[in-house]
Design a protein around this ligand. Structure first.
Ligand code: GLA
Length: 395
């Protein structure tokens, strides 16, 4: 099935007009976890799952949104968006429209048909894909040029201020800037980035634990506050620092007395994880794939023990992966408390990996895992009618 033509046909039967289609991908993070809101480094890649938005203008200032995934239609007035936050899926696209208008873009009313295949609630950024595809569509409708970094920041603002989730910039940024075949090393302070090519024959295999523990959101905010507390305490003797990005492990050790044990461990994770993100980027660039395994293993250990955002299912999934042939590295990915692991796997071994992991994880936990074999994909773009949908194979 041609995804874009299919979407245009559905749009036409719902709204009786022609439309344009825009696409934005989900993401997986290779390494650099819980570092983005500490002004640090991340190394995510856009993946083959996407959110698709078909759009056509209206004569008034109304937004009419239909989500195929939720089979629900919502109407809102561009002049009173602020009053429309409801705690449901529509907050993401409406929040983006609100953030764009706040930034001075005068938008036209529009009809939108939204469809996505990023697994929901799996930590693969279905929300960033929804935000960015909507923002791309709304700006394009009015012929505004797309500045990817600005779009990412406005989508983050929508999520922070309209939806009310305190996420960092990683998800929206890679959704906008991703490039096929590459991961993206981002300096989350300067927002400078560079594309990091994945070695030939290495695949991104994402294992979904199929659990998502509810404490995740509140614990995310607790971790952010603990990092801020660390910076406040450390700045007594390190006055120049603005974020954990600014300190070395030696600084941390020398000032350990200023921190309680929990905050010390949180800081140790962030500081060491920043170094690992840079090391993994360099290992990939230099073809030193043998360095990935210990770096990713140490990242997982640090997230489990120091940052305490893993869970038994993620730990089982990583332990099982480390026993399979052809695995260059494995760790949890995303915010934690469930969701997915990321595995770098030799293409020749990925079928076997998929089969063995499915069996072993189900036997160990009773949950049948979903496993996705992906290539790093292109960031947000206009989707031409000839374009085919995403290519992700799974079990
Ligand atoms: C979530 C957030 C990101 C980032 C990760 C952890 O995915 O949306 O901004 O903080 O958690 O690395």
């Amino acid at each position: 099935m041609n995804q874009v033509r299919d979407l245009l046909a559905k749009f036409d039967s719902r709204y009786r007009t022609a439309a344009m289609v825009y696409r934005a991908p989900g993401r997986v993070n290779l390494i650099g976890e819980h570092t983005d809101y500490n002004d640090g480094f991340v190394l995510p890649a856009a993946i083959g799952f996407s959110c698709w938005v078909a759009i056509a203008g209206r004569r008034d200032r109304k937004l009419v949104l239909y989500s195929e995934n939720f089979d629900e239609s919502i109407e809102a007035d561009l002049d009173s968006l602020r009053t429309r936050a409801t705690g449901k899926w529509a907050d993401y696209p409406l929040g983006v429209a609100w953030a764009l208008e706040q930034a001075g873009f005068r938008l036209r009313g529009a009809n939108l048909y939204i469809q996505g295949d990023v697994p929901l609630g799996a930590g693969l950024s279905s929300s960033a894909a929804l935000e960015v595809s909507t923002g791309f569509a709304l700006l394009s409708l009015d012929h505004y040029p797309i500045e990817s970094t600005k779009l990412a920041l406005l989508c983050q603002k929508a999520e922070n201020e309209f939806v009310g989730a305190r996420c960092g910039i990683m998800d929206q940024f890679v959704c906008c800037h991703g490039r096929a075949g590459n991961a993206l090393l981002v300096d989350c302070r300067s927002l400078e980035f560079r594309h990091v090519r994945l070695p030939l024959g290495v695949q991104l295999v994402i294992c979904n634990t199929m659990v998502q523990h509810k404490i995740g959101t509140s614990e995310y905010n607790v971790r952010r506050s603990e990092c801020e507390e660390g910076v406040r305490a450390l700045s007594k003797t390190l006055p120049g620092i603005r974020a954990l990005r600014d300190i070395s492990l030696a600084d941390l050790e020398n000032n350990r007395g200023l921190l309680n044990e929990t905050v010390y461990k949180r800081c140790r994770h962030v500081v060491s994880e920043n170094a690992r993100a840079l090391d993994v980027a360099q290992a990939l660039e230099n073809g030193k794939t043998e360095l990935l395994r210990p770096l990713m293993a140490e990242s997982h250990r640090s997230l489990r023990e120091d940052y305490r955002v893993s869970c038994p299912e993620l730990d089982v999934m990583v332990d099982l992966a480390m026993k399979q042939a052809g695995v260059l590295g494995a760790r949890m990915t995303g915010g934690g408390f469930g969701g997915c692991t990321i595995n770098l796997v030799n293409a020749a071994d990925s079928d076997k990996f998929l089969r063995c992991m499915t069996e072993a994880y189900e036997a160990a936990t009773g949950h049948y895992p979903q496993i996705y074999v992906c290539e790093p994909s292109q960031g947000a773009e206009k989707a031409e009618p000839g374009a085919f949908g995403t290519k992700v194979s799974s079990n």
